[in-house]
Structures are given as structure tokens and as C-alpha cells.
Design a protein around this ligand. Structure first.
Ligand code: HEC
Ligand code: HEC
Length: 373
């Protein structure tokens, strides 16, 4: 079968599965505050069949129990190339995300720019006003409509959870989406669909040593500063860090990331993604497209955060993400080892996120290299 015929067959199968499952969706709707309390732990005996498979700390948000946000001194904060000045209290307002560069996006509909009190935080808070997201959440721009809607349905009925489903921001996503009406979700979709990913946000660099890191805020890693700073071997990890931790904390979406991966990962990943590695997995390109930018309802996976992508593979594998369409990903992840998954996401993340996206600049690459010296 040619690739395109195979892709069409797959998509037809997908649509069949969906229409069969749509009916049952509301039955599983969860109740309770925030929608996550009271859920039994989904994977007590997760069949992650290899050593070294507890959920890697470097991929999942940390939620440090003793974290206290720095106090607001009232001083206006700024980010490069923006005239906007906002206090920390304004920046932390979950119902009005900081809009540093209004010229980067069309006007936000209310659900994206404000959410709906009391429970729906603005979609644009976590996903950023442009929808490109951050490593601890997800890109929501430029997704196929059917896929976007399916994910919303899966979050609502509890079939899309995360291996670390009790941590923020996953819990915030579930809490915010549960009361959202179909009209609100459609408005959010239509808006985010207009914001394409115009440049490479994640530079993937193979290296044997990485900057020592610490948890930034209560989320993901950033290079350690002061006495904890230095270098260490990368080992069997992906270390994804903001290039400008301070501006990333202020939620400036123009601030990019560097993804350090073990030497040899990209080539190994490419082989698995494009050939399936002799039955180790299923060729991703058949369903996600030659350029990994998606086919029909199958989502794009190129140029996304490597740790976001890794979490999804992990969550499919241990079954916490088992939405209506997830069965198609089951044979893909079943036999993968930790190393395979690291290699695969190193490769997918290194691809350009949209047709015509601008690759990272020489200065940005220099910045990433400099942090290794
Ligand atoms: C508290 C932060 C937060 C808020 C607010 C939030 N999300 Fe999310 N969203 C997330 C996180 C985290 C994920 C990834 C969840 C996971 O896989 O564990 C996500 C994933 C998604 C996805 C799936 C993307 C993909 O590629 O599969 C969609 C669609 C989405 N969100 C839509 C929305 C909409 C619409 C709203 C507003 C009603 C919203 N989100 C509000 C944090 C948030
Ligand atoms: C048979 C078709 C098929 C193949 C082959 C396939 N995928 Fe998928 N993939 C899908 C479908 C369908 C979904 C949506 C699943 C859902 O909604 O739960 C998906 C979802 C994903 C997601 C989640 C995207 C997001 O934004 O959260 C990732 C990551 C992913 N696939 C990676 C891969 C990789 C890597 C490979 C190859 C190693 C691969 N897929 C092979 C069909 C496929």
C-alpha cells in the first residue's frame, strides 16, 4: 500500500471509531470540584515494562510543596520589544493573561482573554494569548478542529488524564474545561486556529553535558544560578530549559527554549519515526504526515516541546491518556523503551513546527551553546 492510501485508510478507521464513541461520551462525565478529586489513581500497576520507568522528573511538572511566589513590589515588569508594563499581581491574574505583544494576534474572544469566573481560567493564561503554550502545558494553535474537539471531550469525560494527573497545571486544565460550553470551546478553537507557529521555539541540541538545573517556580527546569550552577552529564534525560528564564516566567511568548538531548538521539529518532525501526514502533509519518505536520484529523507533532511530546507518549503507554482515538497510538508506544522515546521526541521536536516556519537564528544557537561552556 502506498503511504497516502495507508494514511487515508487510517483516517477512515479513525472517523469510524470516533462516531461510535461520541455517543458514550457524556455518560462518563465526571463530577466534583475541579473534576479531578475522587478519581482513583489510574495506573497502580502501570505496565511500563522496562527498568528506569518511573515517570521521569524532568518531563513532569514538579509542584514543589514549599514553593512561595516572590512578593509583588508593585514595580512594573517589562519584556523585550514591548511597551507594556505590568505588576506581578497583574501578570498572575488567571482571568487576564499578560498581553505583551497585542500585535502578534487578533483580538481574543472572552473565553481566551478572560475565561469565566469562578472556575474557567482564561485559556490564554496557560496556553498564552497566542496559544503556543509552554513545556508544562500544550500548544493549542494550528490544530485540526476535529482533534481539538476530541481532546476537549476526552478531558471532560476523564479519558485524557496525565500520569501526574494530580498536579497543576493538568488539574487547572480539567477544572477550566469542565464547565466550558460548546460555544465557548468553538470560539477558543476558531481563535487559536488563526495563530500559526511562525518560528522554531525549541532548539534541539545533542550534548553529553548539560547545565545543572533547578525547578523554576513550581514547574519545570531552568539552569541553576549561584552556588548550584555548573555542568553535569546528561545521562538518560532530556533537559529542556528557557533561554531567558526571567522573561519566560513573565509569560513572554517570544522567549524561546533549548532542548538538550543525549548524543545520537536525533538520528536514532529519525529512523524510528520514518521507518518504525523494524517493528519496534509504527512509522509516525504514515499518520502524522511526511513533515509531521498532521494529516486530516491526526494532529501535528513537529516542533513541539520535547517534554510535552514525551509526556504524551508516556501517558499513552501507561494508559492514563486513553481517549476515543488513543487506541491508534497504542501499538506505537507499546514496545518503546525510555531511550527510544527520548530519541523520538528529540527528532520530532527538532522539525519545524509549521510550513514555512523560521528556523532558530544564529544568535539563539550561540546562546544555547554558550550555556554548555
Ligand atoms: C491551568 C492551565 C490551563 C488552562 C487555564 C487551560 N489549559 Fe488547556 N491544557 C493545559 C495543559 C497542562 C494541557 C496538557 C494536558 C496534559 O496532557 O496533561 C492542556 C491541553 C489542552 C489541549 C490539548 C492540546 C493537544 O495538542 O492535545 C486543548 C485542546 C486545550 N488544552 C484547550 C484549552 C481550552 C479551550 C482552554 C480554555 C477553556 C484551556 N485549554 C485552558 C493547561 C491549561
Ligand atoms: C495509526 C496512526 C498513527 C501512527 C502510526 C502514529 N500516530 Fe500519533 N496519533 C495518532 C492519533 C489518531 C492521535 C490522537 C490520539 C488521541 O486523540 O488520543 C495521535 C496523537 C499523537 C500525539 C499527541 C499529540 C498532542 O498534541 O498531544 C503524539 C505526541 C503522537 N501521536 C506521536 C506519534 C509518534 C512519535 C508516532 C511514531 C512513533 C506516532 N504518533 C504514530 C495516530 C497515529
Amino acid at each position: 500500500m502506498s503511504n497516502s492510501v495507508r494514511a487515508l485508510t487510517v483516517i477512515a478507521a479513525l472517523l469510524l471509531v470516533t462516531s461510535a464513541l461520541v455517543v458514550g461520551q457524556d455518560a462518563g462525565q465526571m463530577v466534583g470540584v475541579a473534576g479531578v478529586s475522587g478519581l482513583a489513581k489510574v495506573n497502580p500497576a502501570a505496565n511500563i515494562n522496562a527498568a528506569g520507568f518511573p515517570p521521569p522528573y524532568w518531563a513532569y511538572p514538579a509542584n514543589l510543596p514549599d514553593y512561595v511566589a516572590p512578593p509583588d513590589t508593585g514595580a512594573p515588569q517589562h519584556v523585550p520589544n514591548s511597551n507594556v508594563g505590568l505588576t506581578l499581581t497583574q501578570i498572575r491574574d488567571l482571568f487576564t493573561p499578560p498581553d505583551w505583544h497585542p500585535e502578534d494576534h487578533p483580538p481574543m474572544p472572552s473565553i481566551v482573554g478572560h475565561g469565566r469566573k469562578p472556575q474557567i481560567w482564561a485559556c490564554g493564561y496557560c496556553h498564552l494569548p497566542v496559544g503556543w503554550g509552554k513545556p508544562e502545558n500544550a500548544n493549542v494553535s494550528n490544530l485540526p478542529e476535529a482533534y481539538f474537539m476530541q481532546q476537549v471531550a476526552d478531558f471532560k469525560n476523564g479519558s485524557r488524564r496525565s500520569t501526574s494527573y494530580t498536579t497543576v497545571p493538568h488539574t487547572g486544565m480539567v477544572a477550566s474545561i469542565l464547565p466550558a460550553t460548546p460555544a465557548e470551546v468553538k470560539e477558543a478553537y476558531d481563535y487559536f486556529a488563526k495563530n500559526k507557529l511562525p518560528f522554531q521555539r525549541y532548539k534541539v541540541i545533542e550534548t553529553a553535558t548539560v547545565p545543572k538545573t533547578k525547578v523554576q517556580g513550581s514547574w519545570v527546569l531552568a539552569p541553576a544560578e549561584g552556588p548550584g550552577a555548573g555542568k553535569e552529564p546528561i545521562g538518560q534525560r532530556i533537559i529542556e530549559v528557557p533561554d531567558h528564564p526571567a522573561t519566560t516566567t513573565l509569560r513572554d511568548w517570544r522567549s524561546n527554549f533549548t532542548t538538550y538531548v543525549p548524543p545520537g538521539s536525533i538520528k536514532k529518532g529519525e529512523a524510528l519515526v520514518t521507518t518504525g525501526g523494524n517493528g519496534r514502533t509504527v512509522q509516525c509519518t504514515v499518520c502524522h504526515g511526511q513533515d509531521l505536520l498532521g494529516i486530516g484529523p491526526v494532529p501535528p507533532i513537529a516542533g513541539r516541546s520535547a517534554i510535552y511530546t514525551f509526556r504524551q507518549l508516556y501517558d499513552f503507554k501507561d494508559g492514563t491518556r486513553h481517549g476515543a482515538w488513543s487506541a491508534m497510538m497504542k501499538p506505537v508506544v507499546e514496545k518503546l523503551t525510555l531511550d527510544d522515546m527520548i530519541a523520538i521526541v528529540a527528532y520530532t521536536s527538532s522539525r519545524l513546527p509549521s510550513a514555512g516556519a523560521k528556523p532558530a537564528s544564529a544568535e539563539e544557537l550561540k546562546l544555547s551553546a554558550a550555556s554548555l561552556r
